[in-house]
Design a protein around this ligand. Structure first.
Ligand code: ATP
Ligand code: MG
Length: 297
């Protein structure tokens, strides 16, 4: 594992060189020196990150760490003003459509329309993402089945529970059969059973298709249980990176203790007092700040 305050190095594979051909990329996502500022605020500040093909990678961090901004650069919704972002070898700055075709994205904000049925919502995404017309009906059915919403497909999304809404958004992202699924806080505001439901559906699709998953979450227990590797992000950079086990054992070794610390302990160690600064509160506060259930009007 790596806990270099200047950024992770040891466990990341070498970034793809700028001039290298876009064939046989080593990584699903590769960010090198990514920097993005909103005015004076450097939301992302020289971020290096490598997500391996086929893994579930968790990007963790407190409010304002820069997770969503990073993800929006990867999805090409934001430009890449400085540094390099590649998705399966495609340059996000130069090949925006090529990148978009490879990914499914569930944003932090609501992306389902409460006035449409579940099926209509997924069908809309199938059209937007250019699923061939003759395949659309079957693919929409498949996506709804993959998230356990076949029986609720004809109901208005506005009548869904928070967990169902999140699974509907998952179906929207899956309908284009993405190689990379990006989930920005997929379980925020959900009860434990609904959270497990979201993860089980993600994992089932991943096992069936081999897709790569990049996810942000504030739930350290989820990251511990479901992510192959995690990057702990703070103030615009990844400050530590490894498997949850590596990170926890690394802290135990540094502290000289036999008791295995939690991932939250690791994060507190890496981010130090910065967790309580004006970037917006720690993990405990943030868990209660949003409620998915009231997001559909
Ligand atoms: N549209 C915007 N305009 C101005 N500042 C922004 C904008 N979006 C994000 N920021 C700022 O950029 C920084 C990083 O925000 P970002 O949303 O990427 O963090 P995050 O890690 O996703 O946080 P959260 O856990 O709350 O979702 C914060 O300081 C935030 O206030
Ligand atoms: Mg965010």
């Amino acid at each position: 594992m790596t806990t270099d305050p200047a950024g992770p190095t040891a466990t990341t594979a070498p970034a793809t060189a700028a001039g290298e051909a876009a064939t046989a990329p080593a990584e699903a996502v590769s960010c090198t020196g990514l920097t993005y500022a909103f005015g004076e605020t450097r939301a992302v500040d020289g971020l290096d990150l490598g997500v391996r093909q086929g893994e579930v990678f968790g990007l963790l961090g407190p409010n304002g760490a820069g997770k969503t901004t990073t993800i929006r650069c990867v999805t090409t919704l934001l430009p890449v003003p400085a540094g390099m972002v590649r998705v399966f070898g495609h340059d996000a700055a130069k090949e925006r459509m090529g990148v978009r075709r490879l990914l499914g994205y569930v944003p932090q904000q609501l992306s389902a329309d409460g006035g449409l049925t579940g099926r209509e919502n997924v069908a809309l995404f199938a059209r937007v993402f250019d699923v061939p017309r003759r395949e659309r009906t079957a693919r929409v059915d498949q996506a709804l089945a993959a998230v356990g919403l076949s029986d609720a497909a004809e109901r208005l999304a506005g009548t869904y529970s928070g967990g169902m809404v999140r699974r509907l958004e998952l179906a929207q992202a899956l309908v284009s059969a993405p190689r990379l699924l990006i989930l920005d806080e997929p379980t925020v505001g959900l009860d434990p059973i609904a959270r497990t439901g979201v993860w089980e559906h993600v994992n089932a699709v991943r096992e069936a298709t081999g897709m790569t998953v990049l996810v942000t979450t504030h739930h350290m227990d989820e990251a511990d249980q479901y992510c192959d590797r995690v990057g702990l992000m703070h103030r615009g950079r990844v400050r530590a990176l490894g498997t949850p086990e590596e990170l926890r054992r690394g802290l135990a070794e540094r502290k000289g203790t036999d008791t295995l610390p939690t991932l939250e302990d690791v994060f507190r160690d890496v981010a130090g007092s910065g967790l309580d600064d004006n970037t917006g509160g720690g993990f405990r506060e943030v868990r209660s700040t949003r409620r998915t259930a009231r997001r559909v009007g």
